[in-house]
Design a protein around this ligand. Structure first.
Ligand code: ARG
Length: 622
């Protein structure tokens, strides 16, 4: 890739002017403004500062040693010592030819593959997947795709919430509903049924009258259990007792637990297959259960966890400044302890305990037998403190661990009213309903579009396209946002054919492909690359944008931000539109025709590959 070549040559020049300097910090990046050039480097200023040298003089000396005449025009020194490079069209053509020959698609696989575990999606059993899980699923899947594309070894792990206090309530609910007789799995929407039962019991625990009334009419499964006059307090103790029985391995409760898992798994798998998301492992919280006791014991032995008011907690050890200490918070101007609970006073374990056990398992190479280089967690913003505490406790527990730990967090999806997205009746929006609606709306749109062009297309074909467009729109609306900001969910915006949307890019792709169909050049351009000539400014601008695909993929991987890729693809389509407007393709001849067809072909390939890295499909017609 050209910028890598430039970077290497610049590093060589710096090394010869400043022998012994660490040239790894000498980087070449795209210019934010094409006015100044295509690529730039600001590394010399820092090097000069360290050595108390005049930065401009250093730049002059380095440029004198720099041999890049085959790649760029004369190197410009700007300001206090910026270097600006402008690439020669002949060098760009050379890279395009390589791409046409199939040697690359403007990115390189890394020379230093990392082992990366990504924990994402992670919904909870017996509850419907809601919009909060959609961001984690879509974001995590895209990160996995980008990292794999760049040659890293990625393991995806779905850390399902399949353990915890909700199961006490669910099992109690299961029994009083006589689900052994009326198996909820046979109902059209078993998850909704489980959710109803869960709600009834948990609201009864809170003393809600309506739920108490419902519950009092249910079936008493045990002598001595009189539901007709039951009080909230007994509901709570019954639910707790069922949980204790489950944790002690009671066979009936385990059986119910297994059935709950199976029902949820069916729902999860349906959603994942619609979204095209795959996991290498699905190891829920329950998988780590056997280790929890040991984890707490070890933390206590090492003095990392201590007893406090009957519970076991990890708190500040004073090793980091207060502002950065996850175990302290500020209250009325004073720093107060904010410990992480690892064992409750009743002996139960916490979310943090499970995550510590999980982290140790992953770090020890439970998945593939070696320590991973990186472990990434994708969840909403509310879990920031949780992960800061878990990571800090883990580092005290295993100071020898080298893996990079990252919490990739995201904001909320807001409804048109600016509040977290809800259905009209105020319920949380279910993921499956959202996907259904996306496909339905896309179907209307596709039907309308096709109608305009007076083409005929079978309903089946239109449904197929609508699925690709609808799901693409939902994914893209999410991925194109800065993940740390809340965003407004708008059907109109995400399905629009204008602007930074999936349908716009998918449509751009079909347009390029249709040029190929019209020109009868389907077979590809393979070996014609020798005679590329880039002359018009629109051709050159488009080609330069293609060149930056790899830089953008790397930026996505470094910052865990797929929105960089969305912005890039959107710009690419803009460049393509300007090119197509001013440069006739099929009507041109000779080297022009070949070059322009090549630009079309490569643009289509980059759009397709880019969308694929976002988990979005393309279609040949729209
Ligand atoms: N089940 C959790 C939720 O729905 C997310 C779990 C994230 N992963 C983890 N290792 N804690 O919020």
């Amino acid at each position: 890739m050209l910028h890598k070549m430039l970077e290497e040559r610049l590093q060589q020049a710096v090394a010869s002017v400043l022998p012994g300097a660490d040239v790894r910090s000498v980087l070449v990046r795209p210019c934010p403004d094409a006015k100044f050039g295509d690529y730039q480097s600001n590394a010399l200023m820092a090097l000069a500062k360290e050595r108390k040298m005049n930065p401009r003089q250093l730049a002059i000396d380095v440029v004198a040693k720099l041999e890049v005449g085959d790649i760029c025009e004369k190197t410009e020194i700007a300001g206090a010592g910026f270097l600006n490079f402008r690439i020669k069209p002949s060098a760009i053509a050379g890279v395009l030819q390589g791409a046409l020959r199939g040697e690359h698609l403007f990115f390189q696989k890394t020379d230093h593959p990392r082992d990366i575990i990504i924990d994402f999606s992670s919904p909870n059993v017996a509850k419907p997947m809601h919009v909060g899980h959609i961001r984690s699923t879509i974001l995590g899947d895209s990160l996995a795709r980008v990292l794999r594309l760049l040659g890293h070894r990625v393991i995806t792990d779905n850390h399902i919430g399949d353990w915890g206090t909700q199961f006490g309530m669910l099992i109690f609910g299961w029994k009083i509903e006589r689900f052994f007789v009326n198996d909820p799995a046979l109902l059209p929407d078993p998850i909704a049924e489980l959710e109803r039962v869960y709600k009834m019991v948990s609201q009864a625990c809170d003393g809600k009258e309506e739920s108490m009334t419902q519950l009092r009419q249910k079936f008493s499964y045990e002598p001595g259990l009189d539901l007709s006059s039951i009080q909230p307090e007994e509901v709570r103790s019954r639910a707790r007792a069922e949980l204790v029985k489950l944790q002690a391995g009671d066979s009936q409760n385990l059986d119910i637990w297994n059935r709950l898992q199976a029902i949820s798994k069916t729902q999860f798998d349906r959603v994942y297959s619609r979204l095209g998301v795959r996991f290498d492992y699905v190891l829920g919280e329950g998988f780590y259960n056997p280790w929890l006791k040991e984890v707490v014991a070890e933390l206590r032995d090492r003095g990392i966890a201590v007893e406090s008011e009957g519970a076991i907690v990890v708190s500040s050890d004073g090793s980091v400044p207060q502002q950065q200490d996850p175990f302290l918070t500020q209250k009325e101007g004073k720093w107060v302890s904010n410990p992480a609970l690892v064992q409750k006073s009743d002996g139960g374990f916490n979310y943090a305990t499970t995550d510590l056990a999980t982290l140790q398992f992953r770090w020890r190479g439970g998945h593939w037998g070696g320590e991973p280089d990186e472990i990434v967690y994708v969840t909403d913003a509310r879990q920031q403190l949780h992960f800061r505490q878990v990571f800090a406790a883990f580092c005290r527990w295993h100071p020898e661990a080298k893996a990079r730990l990252a919490h990739v967090w995201f904001g909320s999806i807001l409804g048109e009213d600016g509040r977290p997205l809800k259905t009209r009746s105020g319920e949380t929006v279910k993921l499956e309903d959202l996907l259904d609606e996306a496909e339905e709306r896309a179907f209307e749109m596709v039907t309308r579009k096709i109608g305009e062009k007076e083409q005929t297309m079978s309903e089946e074909q239109r449904r197929d396209i609508a699925r690709i467009v609808g799901l693409g729109a939902i994914k893209y609306a999410d991925l194109s946002q800065n993940r740390q900001t809340d965003y407004l969910f708008s059907w109109e915006k995400m399905l629009s054919m204008q602007g930074n949307t999936a349908p716009y890019l998918q449509y751009a792709y079909t347009r390029v492909r249709s040029i190929f169909r019209k020109g009868n050049v389907e077979g590809g351009l393979g070996q014609t690359g020798d005679s590329l000539s880039l002359e018009a400014s629109e051709e050159i601008a488009l080609a330069k944008q293609l060149l930056n695909f790899g830089i953008v993929l790397e930026a996505v991987a470094d910052d865990y931000r797929p929105n960089f890729l969305c912005a890039y693809l959107y710009d690419l389509s803009g460049h393509f539109a300007r090119f197509y407007e001013s440069c006739p393709v099929l009507k041109s001849e000779g080297a022009h025709r070949v070059s322009r067809l090549a630009l079309c072909d490569l643009t289509a390939r980059v759009i397709k590959q880019g969308l694929d890295a976002l988990g979005i499909d393309t279609t040949e017609q729209m």
